[in-house]
Design a protein around this ligand. Structure first.
Ligand SMILES: Nc1ncnc2c1ncn2[C@@H]1O[C@H](COP(=O)(O)OP(=O)(O)OP(=O)(O)O)[C@@H](O)[C@H]1O
Ligand SMILES: [Mg+2]
Length: 311
């Protein structure tokens, strides 16, 4: 069953095209990754799916029904975890979740029951009567998720739910997503962290400048760049490294210096490892380790756009 269909979805702000003719289908049971750099049009697409923004062109169907013609049906079947936290600080934790679940159409004893269940799910059961004003970023995020799942939507859309939170909460959230998916929710997961998308998503669309540039399973996407490899060289200090000099070595396409790990993106078919190591030795740069990695989604993006996913 198709949970979500976007057909030729387009959003213009004046002359600027933020979402450009996007056609995508998400089937039941998927964790669909929407991966793209800042400004790619991810949140704008989500705002159109949730009915917050009107599309300029195109159509969106939820469970086969047009969201414009079936607004209430769409609302009841979608849960949105927005990128910018939407929480009322003058309402208690319980009241916050109850408020949003009410907006999504939940009433009566089911409302009470499912609000309690959602709070239990995100680990905030003992905080029912607290006000979120002094909550940590991670706790607010978890509350935000509870607000989106209490009405048990068929489709849960999460817009960068792990930005700015500690690693422990991040893992908690990623595990929760897997659990919700096992319990029957279809999930759209938006991020510009390719590691997260690689970890949890069953299918991925990479977007840039409002357009889908590639779509498929992780393996299908990686197949786009099988002729590339990454050499990671850990050094004692990156002080004497001149990226331009390494880029001159045959086959080397780009270099990223992350603290003490030098990541060299190179052509798979050219055996240039000796020359690369020679560069480090002749410049008296102490090597701690050398690793060769197969391609990842970062490379897919780099290959298709010529840029890094994160600047
Ligand atoms: N209301 C608006 N008016 C004008 N331009 C807008 C508006 N909303 C978004 N944009 C522009 O549309 C583009 C896409 O923005 P959007 O927020 O959808 O990107 P994103 O992929 O969610 O990025 P991020 O990773 O930073 O959240 C950006 O260039 C943004 O400046
Ligand atoms: Mg966004």
């Amino acid at each position: 069953m198709k949970v979500l269909e976007m057909k030729g979805l387009t959003k213009k702000f004046g002359d600027f095209i933020a979402v450009d003719n996007v056609t995508l289908t998400v089937a039941e049971g998927e964790i669909f990754g929407f991966l793209g750099p800042n400004g790619a049009g991810k949140s704008t697409s989500i705002h159109m799916i949730s009915g917050l923004l009107r599309s300029t062109f195109g159509q969106i169907n939820i469970l086969g029904k047009d969201i414009v013609k079936h607004r209430k049906f769409a609302k009841m079947n979608i849960g949105i975890v927005p990128q910018d936290l939407a929480i009322y600080e003058d309402l208690t934790v319980y009241e916050n979740v109850k408020f949003f679940a009410g907006l999504y159409g939940l009433r009566g004893s089911r409302l009470k029951e499912q609000v309690a269940e959602a709070l239990e799910f995100v680990g905030l059961s003992d905080k029912h009567n607290s006000y979120p004003i002094n909550f940590s970023g991670g706790m607010k995020r978890r509350l935000n998720i509870a607000c989106a799942i209490a009405h048990r939507p068929k489709l849960l859309i999460m817009d960068e739910p792990t930005v700015g939170i500690d690693p422990q909460t991040r893992n908690y959230i990623l595990d929760s997503i897997k659990k919700l998916n096992k319990m029957g929710s279809t999930i759209i997961y938006t991020s510009h962290y390719m590691e997260e998308v690689e970890e949890i998503c069953t299918r991925i669309a990479i977007v840039d400048h409002g357009k889908v540039i590639v779509e498929g399973t992780k393996e299908q996407l990686q197949a786009v760049v099988t002729d590339k490899k990454d050499i990671w060289i850990e050094v004692k200090s990156n002080k004497n490294i001149r990226a331009q000099e390494i880029e001159k070595i045959k086959g080397v396409e780009s270099i990223q210096i992350d603290e003490r790990v030098i990541k060299i993106h190179s052509d798979m078919d050219i055996n240039n490892l000796n020359q690369i190591i020679q560069y480090f030795l002749s410049n008296e740069i102490e090597i701690r380790s050398v690793e060769e990695k197969s391609s990842n989604l970062e490379n897919v993006f780099l290959t298709l756009t010529g840029r890094n996913l994160r600047d």
